[in-house]
Write a protein that binds this ligand. Structure first.
Ligand SMILES: CC(C)(COP(=O)(O)OP(=O)(O)OC[C@H]1O[C@@H](n2cnc3c(N)ncnc32)[C@H](O)[C@@H]1OP(=O)(O)O)[C@@H](O)C(=O)NCCC(=O)NCCS
Length: 379
C-alpha cells in the first residue's frame, strides 16, 4: 500500500477537517488622488471607483450627484492640483474607503487641509477604517505643511459626529453662510444704508498676491503667502481708496470644488480689520460689501460659480451684517432647516497623535462580514 494522500476521502468524509476561518483579513492599499490628476493612466483606473464612491456618499445623504467619470475628470483637471485625496483598496481590489480634500487657509492665515468627502463602504464599517483614513490624511498634513484638518458634517449625521468627537476634533464657533446672492448680476442690498455703502464704497478690495506679503503681517501669519503658492486664490486685501499702501482689512479665502455638484466655488474666511486705522463700524460694513463685490468680479473672471463665507458667530460686524442684516442662509446639505453643516477642526497634539503608526489593514470576523454595519449609536 502506497502513501495515503492528505486529502484522501474515506467514503464521503474527508480525512482532514477544513481549517475553520474565524476572520477575513484585508491589507490596505492606498491610491493617491493627486496621481489621478497628474498621470493619465491612473485616471482610467481610478475615475470609475471615485465616481462610484462619490455617488454612494451622495446617496447616503439623499443628495443629488450629477457626475459621470468623464465629467468628474473634466472638473478635476479644470482646477488642477487643489484636488487631493486617497482611495483605500483591499489587496484584492475591493473599494474600502475614500477621502477628498483641498488645501485651505483659515482666518488667521494658517494653512490647513479641508476634507470635502470621507466615506467607508458599508460592509467595512465598524472596523476602524475611517480612523485609518484620517491617519493617512494627518500624515499628509505634516508632509504638506498643513497645520490642521477641517471638515463639515450635517448636524443629523450622528455617526460622523461621534467619530469626529472620538478623534478629538473641536467645533469652532463659526458658521458657513451661502453667499451666492453676491455673485448674481443684479444683486444690490435691500436696506438703504447698506445700499449706499454698496454703491459708493470708499474702499478698494483686491485679490491677495505675492507682492502683498509684507502688508499681510499685521493681520495674519506670513504663512498665508509662503504656504499657498499652489492656490490660485488666497482671499482679498482691502485698502482705503486714497491709500493703496496701507491695507485696512484682510479676508483670507481658498478655492473649493463640490464633488456632488461638480462645480467650483470660493470660500471666504472671517475678515480681520486693522486696529490702528480708526475704522468705524460703518467702515467695516463697507469693507465687507467691498469684499463681496470683489468676490463677484473674481468669480466671474475665473469661472467660480458659488461663494461660501465662514463667519465667526460672535455678533461682530461680519456676522451682524452678513447673517443679521443681509440674512445670508446657513449652509445645508439638502436645503432644509433640519440640515445644517457643522464645522470640525483637528490640530496640534490630536493631529500628531492621529499621524502616528496605525495598522495597515483590518480583520473582520466572518460572523459580521456580510452586509454588516454597526448599530446606530446616538450621543
Ligand atoms: C461614521 C463612519 C465614518 C465611521 O467609520 P468606521 O470606519 O466605521 O469607524 P468605526 O466604526 O471604527 O468607529 C470609529 C469611531 O467613530 C464613532 N462612531 C462610529 N459609528 C458611530 C455611530 N453609529 N454613532 C456614533 N458614533 C459612531 C465611535 O466613536 C467609534 O469609536 P468606538 O467604536 O471606539 O466608540 C462611517 O460609518 C462612514 O463612513 N459613514 C458614512 C460617511 C459619512 O457620513 N461621511 C460624511 C462626511 S461629512
Amino acid at each position: 500500500m502506497g502513501d495515503v494522500p492528505t486529502n484522501a476521502v474515506l467514503g464521503d468524509k474527508p480525512c482532514i477537517e477544513p481549517e475553520v476561518i474565524k476572520s477575513l483579513s484585508y491589507q490596505f492599499r492606498v491610491a493617491d488622488l493627486h496621481d489621478l490628476v497628474s498621470v493619465e493612466q491612473n485616471r482610467k483606473n481610478l475615475l470609475p471607483v471615485l465616481d462610484y464612491f462619490i455617488r454612494s456618499q451622495a446617496a447616503l445623504h439623499h443628495a443629488e450627484y450629477i457626475g459621470t467619470p468623464d465629467s468628474l475628470e473634466d472638473n478635476i483637471l479644470k482646477k488642477g492640483n487643489t484636488f487631493r485625496g486617497v482611495v483605500v483598496y483591499s489587496q484584492t481590489s475591493l473599494p474600502v474607503a475614500y477621502a477628498v480634500y483641498y488645501p485651505m487657509v483659515n482666518d488667521k492665515g494658517e494653512r490647513g487641509n479641508y476634507i470635502e468627502d470621507a466615506y467607508v463602504t458599508e460592509s467595512f464599517r465598524g472596523h476602524s477604517v475611517m480612523p485609518y483614513v484620517y491617519h493617512v490624511l494627518a500624515r499628509r498634513c505634516s508632509e504638506e505643511g498643513a497645520q490642521f484638518l477641517q471638515w463639515s458634517t450635517d448636524k443629523r449625521n450622528f455617526p460622523f459626529q461621534g467619530f469626529s468627537r472620538k478623534i478629538g476634533a473641536t467645533r469652532p464657533a463659526t458658521k458657513t453662510l451661502i453667499a451666492n446672492d453676491f455673485l448674481a448680476e443684479d444683486y444690490v442690498p435691500q436696506q438703504p444704508s447698506l445700499r449706499q455703502a454698496w454703491d459708493n464704497t470708499n474702499f478698494v478690495t483686491l485679490p491677495i498676491e505675492g507682492k502683498h506679503v509684507n502688508m499681510t503681517k499685521q493681520f495674519v501669519t506670513p504663512d498665508i503667502i509662503r504656504r499657498t503658492g499652489d492656490l490660485d486664490f488666497r482671499g482679498f486685501i482691502t485698502f482705503r481708496a486714497d491709500d493703496l499702501r496701507h491695507p485696512v482689512a484682510l479676508t483670507p479665502g481658498w478655492p473649493h470644488m463640490s464633488t456632488f455638484k461638480l462645480k467650483h466655488g470660493l470660500v471666504l474666511e472671517n475678515p480681520s480689520f486693522s486696529e490702528d486705522s480708526g475704522l468705524t463700524d460703518q467702515d467695516k460694513v463697507a469693507i465687507i460689501l467691498s469684499c463681496a463685490k470683489a468676490a463677484k468680479t473674481y468669480a466671474a473672471a475665473n469661472e467660480y460659480s458659488y461663494l461660501k463665507w465662514h463667519v465667526k458667530d460672535d455678533g461682530e460686524a461680519p456676522s451682524r451684517v452678513l447673517q443679521g442684516e443681509i440674512s445670508l442662509p446657513i449652509d445645508t446639505m439638502v436645503g432644509t432647516v433640519e440640515s445644517e453643516m457643522e464645522i470640525y477642526n483637528l490640530r496640534n497634539g490630536k493631529l500628531r497623535e492621529l499621524a502616528k503608526n496605525k495598522k495597515n489593514g483590518v480583520e473582520i470576523p466572518v460572523t459580521t462580514a456580510i452586509g454588516a454595519r454597526p448599530p446606530e449609536r446616538r450621543p
